[in-house]
Write a protein that binds this ligand. Structure first.
Ligand SMILES: NC(=O)c1ccc[n+]([C@@H]2O[C@H](COP(=O)([O-])OP(=O)(O)OC[C@H]3O[C@@H](n4cnc5c(N)ncnc54)[C@H](OP(=O)(O)O)[C@@H]3O)[C@@H](O)[C@H]2O)c1
Length: 257
């Protein structure tokens, strides 16, 4: 997408963590942002902070991405304020870390609605306007855990939904390419946010956590590549996370030696 200044983006899960970092990155490129999360207080604080720092228009829309009526209100509010939505950054997500047999059964629905269905529904709500304008960018927050096979222990419901999201996003890339719309998945490794605050064995060693910087750079890259190019997926993995180590040891001897 050329000339990002004055464009409009929706960013979900943007009151803190990676979403806040990505909304700030978009704003730093001159993009007006409609930011969404459930809790109004922190969302408003973030909106004020971004508007003050980057001098762009920021709209805070309280929204629970598990509710269709909230997603509709988010899209309608952003369109009323900005006229059109050029970029959708689908980021809201929740985690639930348990051995499967101990995972609260009510978590499944919340995870599926937030981490998968919320993404698909929101894209469906913005896509027809983008198709009519033959322009737009969709960024989906997937996860580096989808690169692991088998999926990391204690994360299999979360990660399998992200695998589904990754597959959906890949398929969408090809479908929407013909309409001039770009679709990119971001696959971050373990990042220092509230979501990973309780991860044992990782948060005890700070070198195993990434800051949001690499993900911010990935977003900038996705939004600023030439018009006829689109990164399908960008994975940024921290070097020390044990899960993302390759299955074949790195120092494997060369077969001819
Ligand atoms: N941190 C990591 O290591 C990591 C790695 C790979 C991928 N990711 C993905 O990155 C995304 C952001 O994660 P994070 O680490 O930044 O998490 P975080 O710090 O916990 O922030 C989550 C954000 O999403 C919002 N949110 C949660 N449920 C929501 C809902 N139902 N409706 C609307 N907003 C909701 C939260 O605000 P409210 O609570 O006020 O709604 C908050 O703004 C997630 O999709 C996550 O799966 C994270």
């Amino acid at each position: 997408m050329t000339d990002l200044k004055g464009r409009a983006a929706i960013v979900t899960g943007a009151s803190r963590g990676i979403g806040k970092a990505l909304a700030s990155t978009a704003a730093s490129l001159g993009i007006n942002v409609a930011i969404a999360a459930r809790q109004e207080g922190p969302l408003k604080e973030t909106a004020d902070e971004i508007a003050k720092k980057y001098k762009v228009q920021v709209l805070a829309v309280p929204c629970d991405v598990t509710k269709l009526e909230d997603l509709e209100n988010l899209v309608n509010s952003a369109k009323a304020k900005f006229g059109a939505i050029d970029i959708l950054i689908n980021n809201a997500g929740v985690s639930s870390q348990y051995p499967f047999e101990k995972q609260p059964i009510e978590d499944f629905e919340r995870l599926a609605h937030t981490n998968y269905l919320g993404y698909v529904r929101l894209i469906r709500l913005v896509i027809n306007d983008m198709i009519a304008r033959k322009s737009g960018a969709i960024i989906n927050m997937v996860s580096g855990s989808t690169l692991c096979d088998p999926l990391p222990r204690n994360f299999i419901v979360y990660s399998s939904l992200k695998v589904g999201l990754r597959a959906f996003s890949k398929g969408l890339f090809w479908e929407l390419r013909d309409h001039g719309i770009k679709v990119t998945s971001l696959l971050p490794g373990v990042t220092d946010t509230d979501l990973t605050g309780k991860l044992q064995e990782i948060t005890t060693d700070a070198s195993r956590l990434m800051s949001t910087k690499a993900i911010e750079d990935a977003l900038k890259f996705a939004l600023t590549v030439p018009a006829n190019v689109c990164p399908l997926e960008i994975a940024v993995i921290n070097q020390q996370t044990p899960w993302t180590a390759p299955v074949i040891p790195y120092k494997q001897a060369h077969p001819e030696k």
